[in-house]
Design a protein around this ligand. Structure first.
Ligand code: ADP
Ligand code: MG
Length: 691
């Protein structure tokens, strides 16, 4: 006896799924029938418009179906891969060409049925198309109307997903809306059951889009309300009210060897406003390397110390802690701020010699790594936490240092400019401030995209400049050469490059090496030697990416630049020209696709980090500009923070209204929504589950 499926049944019990495919689906987050309903089609195919080949019109995009009867792979005279095929649908024949699609070699075959979308041209009495979209078609599927296309894979085809969704679609009416009906009506949202029907079996494309919008609203609105609840809670949270008098302001400014830029002043005004409010500051400061974030942090630290509180400055690595300590020391040399560096691996007596005065309030500023958040570290009156290069920390680590009797002010600095919509997903609980305009009068950096064939010229250039005393950095993606036979990975390694440069340079030109697998002390030593000018060329893996302050680097060469993200390249480029001379950044380009070249040329043509971050996320799709996944990052099922930015703005506005009217979301009509929201976002936002 078979019973009807239920929403919370595992999908593997559906006809045609089974345990093996069930497992594959589970990996994609589709475990229950409900999850299947929430599986958003990647695209739609409008079969109302399938056209017989004989009735095609020139230069209009159209959809047709046919069977391949001739197929050829070759290269053009200039070496471009070319795929050519002919197909027929009984009414006529069509010839199609694709350039730069070597992947089609694997997927196309004689006698295969395909669906093609593109613009045909009539050439000498024959229909031709160039680079159209193509997808396999079963040849039997006589589906009419609008067909959803789901993200398929090798193991699971879109049509299969479609047939499973069709089995569970009758359950759509049982899905309970998280939004109260009255609210959904007020916002003119499609009823939920209707939304599922329109999503998976739309009568027209606008219905499908409204349906997706409905589901995305419900999801993004949860995020927005959670964020609004957090902000509303914060305005009720007590923090140290710190006033910055004009006398203190003057004294602080006198310590800087320069006057602050208008951008820095603006950020400082925000910070001072936060300090005065009596609520803890939670602010993210984004700015390119060299835009002057550290100077802003110094201001905040001095203001807090002047008011009698302590400050902690946390960095993700020990190298950075030492380096920042040195920088802070320079700034503070004429101040009375009592400061200490606290890193791991101190002898216990030495450690105690810092912890005791810290606890007694006899240290004003402590700089360190996560050594700062060990259980035995106690502060007398911690007023400010500055976190440098935040994204290397988990959200949880950040929270730990804030567990004080009174929540300290918190300032997070990142050199990765993140588009606003994405920043909200990483740092949803923080106020965002951008430091866009760096101090002027810094050296100019020229960026050159160099084809791999010209590599030697660049090396020779760097060596010539080294003999003139100018320093260069060579950055590469990996440490050791790829073992032979491990799949054509052609990344050049630090060791290969070191050997090559050393060969050119001879014995009189010492070269340094620093990479992620070295002991911290060795890394430190390599950096120190470079800083002192004992080495003029430093070969480095991307360890140097994280804010490592190497002054006076005149030139940087990035090997396999086409394999890095743009934001990452931009950060590395930020190492150059921090002195006043002119600098060069060479991007060695090994890629052979036009898009890859274009990316690098885009980078060469701008130095605005925010623009680059936008480019980067666009070229990688819904990518990860920080180049690494970390927990605490929100993943949405339906919505997309980037492409749904208008919806996000709408949801934020609606959320503010809702929370303003009902600050703890107590209205019983919202109970279900509230519970779902807490389930999903409480941990991320640090919202209490009860109360
Ligand atoms: P970031 O921390 O954003 O990388 P820093 O604060 O370290 O930037 O500043 C980069 C460089 O610019 C440092 O050498 C610093 O001394 C200098 N600098 C910072 N602010 C100014 C300013 N207002 N005018 C001139 N130079 C500045
Ligand atoms: Mg810095």
């Amino acid at each position: 006896m078979t019973r009807l499926p239920r929403l919370d049944d595992n999908v593997q019990f559906l006809k045609g799924v089974g345990p093996r495919k069930g497992e594959i689906l589970a990996k994609r987050g589709i475990e229950t029938n409900l999850d299947l309903l929430y599986t958003i089609p990647r695209d739609y195919l409008d079969l109302r418009q399938v056209r017989p080949i004989a009735q095609m019109a020139e230069d209009e995009v159209q959809l047709l179906r046919g069977k391949i009867f001739w197929l050829d792979f070759r290269r053009t005279k200039t070496g471009m891969p070319l795929v050519e095929m002919q197909c027929t649908d009984g009414s006529g024949e069509l010839t199609v060409q694709w350039f730069h699609r070597p992947d089609l070699r694997e997927t196309l075959a004689i006698d295969q049925h395909v669906e093609i979308t593109g613009k045909p041209k009539r050439v000498e009495g024959h229909w031709r198309m160039t680079n159209p979209k193509i997808r396999p078609w079963s040849g039997e599927d006589q589906t009419q109307g609008i067909v959803p296309i789901y993200a398929g894979s090798q193991e699971i085809r879109s049509e299969e997903i479609r047939s499973w969704v069709r089995q569970v679609l009758p359950l759509a009416g049982e899905v309970v809306s998280l939004l109260p009906d009255e609210y959904a009506q007020k916002k003119a949202l499609v009823p939920l059951a209707q939304a599922f029907a329109d999503l998976h079996e739309p009568a027209d494309l606008s219905a499908a889009s409204a349906a997706r919008q409905r589901l995305a609203y419900e999801e993004i609105f949860q995020f927005a309300v959670a964020s609004a609840l957090k902000r509303s809670k914060r305005t009720r949270e007590r923090g140290y009210a710190i006033d910055v008098s004009s006398e203190v302001d003057r004294r602080i400014r006198r310590l800087f060897p320069f006057s602050l830029t208008p951008s820095q002043d603006e950020v400082i005004q925000n910070i001072v406003g936060d300090f005065r409010s009596g609520h803890p500051m939670h602010r993210l400061i984004q700015g390119d390397v060299g835009s002057g974030k550290t100077a802003v942090a110094i201001y905040a630290i001095l203001a807090v110390v002047a008011a009698g509180y302590q400050a902690a400055f946390m960095t993700p690595t020990e190298i950075l802690a030492r380096q920042q300590f040195r920088v802070l020391n320079d700034y503070l040399s004429r101040s009375r701020v009592r400061r200490q560096l606290l890193v791991g691996g101190l002898a216990s007596a030495d450690r105690q010699a810092i912890l005791d005065p810290l606890y007694r309030g006899e240290i004003d500023l402590v700089v360190g790594t996560h050594a700062l958040i060990q259980p035995d570290v106690h502060f007398a009156r911690l007023g400010l936490v500055v976190i440098d290069e935040q994204h290397k920390f988990g959200v949880r680590q950040r929270a730990e240092l804030l567990q004080q009797e009174v929540t300290p002010h918190q300032m997070v600095m990142t050199a990765t400019p993140i588009p606003r919509s994405l920043a909200m997903t990483w740092f949803g609980d923080l106020d965002l401030t951008a430091l866009r305009q760096g101090p002027e009068g810094r050296g100019k950096v020229l960026t050159h995209v160099v084809p791999a064939a010209k590599r030697d010229d660049v090396y020779q250039f760097l060596l010539r400049r080294a003999r003139m005393g100018q320093q260069s950095l060579i950055v590469c993606a990996r440490i050791e050469p790829t073992p032979k036979g491990q799949g054509g990975d052609d990344l050049r390694s630090a060791q290969e490059i070191l050997a090559e440069v050393a060969r050119h340079a001879g014995v009189d030109l010492p070269i340094g090496l620093v990479h992620g697998k070295m002991e911290d002390t060795d890394k430190d030593e390599a950096i120190r030697r470079f800083r002192r000018g004992d080495t003029l060329i430093l070969v480095a893996t991307v360890v140097i990416e994280v804010g490592l302050d190497v002054p006076n680097v005149s030139h940087v060469l990035i090997e396999n630049a086409d394999r890095f993200g743009l934001s990452q390249l931009h950060q590395i480029r930020g190492r150059v020209g921090r002195g006043t001379g002119e600098g060069n950044c060479f991007l060695l380009d090994y890629s052979d696709d036009p898009e890859g070249h274009q990316r690098l040329n885009d980078l060469a043509s701008t130095i605005d980090g925010f623009e680059i971050a936008e480019l980067d996320t666009r070229s990688r799709g819904a990518g990860d500009p920080l180049g690494e996944r970390q927990h605490g990052v929100i993943r949405l099922r339906v919505g997309d923070f980037q492409t749904d930015s208008d919806l996000l703005a709408q949801c934020r506005k609606d959320a503010e209204e809702l929370v303003a009217a009902d600050p703890a979301l107590r209205n019983p009509a919202w109970a279900r929504f509230r519970r779902a929201l807490l389930d999903r976002f409480a941990k991320y936002f640090g919202l209490a589950l009860v109360g």
